[in-house]
Design a protein around this ligand. Structure first.
Ligand SMILES: NC(=O)c1ccc[n+]([C@@H]2O[C@H](COP(=O)([O-])OP(=O)(O)OC[C@H]3O[C@@H](n4cnc5c(N)ncnc54)[C@H](OP(=O)(O)O)[C@@H]3O)[C@@H](O)[C@H]2O)c1
Length: 243
């Protein structure tokens, strides 16, 4: 049985991720601020261990204890969509959690590399200008957003951190950053994966949260999917329905 640690598991996508991991027979540990935000049938699941805590307030030793023995650590963290959530502390929630969790994994010196899978966004670009260059208006909007809206900057920094500090992966940690477009409700449906951006900022694509969760589960449990996408920032979009 595989074991995965999930952070952000009470969020819109995170709840779907926790449910889908459990449905696949993965044993899940979830660090959440409030257990009551999990759907009751998920919170009761025998293969789920809930750790009720403020993630960033956990000590290094506590984090190491929670990641020890995990095959994968998955983040669906996001800033709460309120003035306080967007502009208040912690402005570097995703970056700091990514940094501390990766450090905790390395400190446990696992026998095989642990997968760190980060849910991000198409507003994040691949390091090294690998994505197709955006038009001038899009670059200007993103520049303003990264300057003024902390979550946009935070998501980019977290992805940069993985690319710069871990590169192709280390002895203890391998990584992938999943980049959905505009998030939608709905069930798992056909979707496509792309190495780079395929939609413009002003003509966004659509990505069901269930599909994000499905792909993150595939990264955990399907070795070929992991081999295809590790150390990359795949863009995931729903396959358009046939006319
Ligand atoms: N909205 C979009 O269209 C869109 C599109 C593409 C990508 N994204 C990205 O996808 C990610 C997830 O999005 P989502 O809409 O599924 O997220 P969400 O529903 O807003 O959930 C955010 C999660 O992060 C947790 N969280 C927030 N602040 C925290 C803190 N200070 N300490 C610990 N946990 C904290 C929340 O916990 P609580 O439940 O306790 O608040 C929740 O579990 C985000 O990074 C977002 O930028 C969003």
């Amino acid at each position: 049985m595989q074991t995965a640690l999930v952070v952000g598991g009470t969020g819109r996508t995170g709840q779907r991720l926790v449910r889908q991991l459990l449905e696949r027979g993965v044993s899940v540990r979830a660090i959440v601020r409030s257990r009551s935000k999990l759907p009751p049938e998920v919170a009761r699941h025998a293969a789920l261990t809930v750790i009720e805590a403020n993630l960033l307030a956990l000590s290094d030793a506590e984090l190491e204890q929670h990641v020890r023995g995990c095959d994968a650590v998955l983040s669906c963290l996001g800033h709460v969509l309120s003035l306080r959530g967007i502009f208040g502390p912690p402005r570097d929630l995703v970056t700091r959690a990514t940094q501390r969790l990766c450090r905790a994994i390395a400190a446990t010196a696992p026998a095989a590399p642990v997968k760190f899978i980060l849910m991000s966004s198409v507003s994040v670009h691949r390091p090294g200008r690998l994505d197709a260059r955006r038009g001038g208006a899009e670059r200007a909007v993103l520049w303003v957003l990264r300057g003024l809206v902390p979550p946009t900057r935070d998501n980019q920094r977290a992805a940069d951190l993985l690319g710069e500090q871990l590169g192709a992966g280390s002895r203890f940690v391998e990584w992938a950053v999943v980049r959905p477009d505009s998030l939608l409700d709905g069930d798992v449906s056909p979707y496509t994966l792309h190495e780079g951006l395929i939609n413009g900022l002003f003509s966004p694509g659509k990505t069901s949260m269930a599909n994000v969760a499905h792909f993150m589960c595939e990264l955990v449990s399907n070795p070929q999917t992991w081999a295809d996408w590790k150390a990359k920032l795949p863009v995931i979009v729903n396959q358009p329905a046939r006319p």
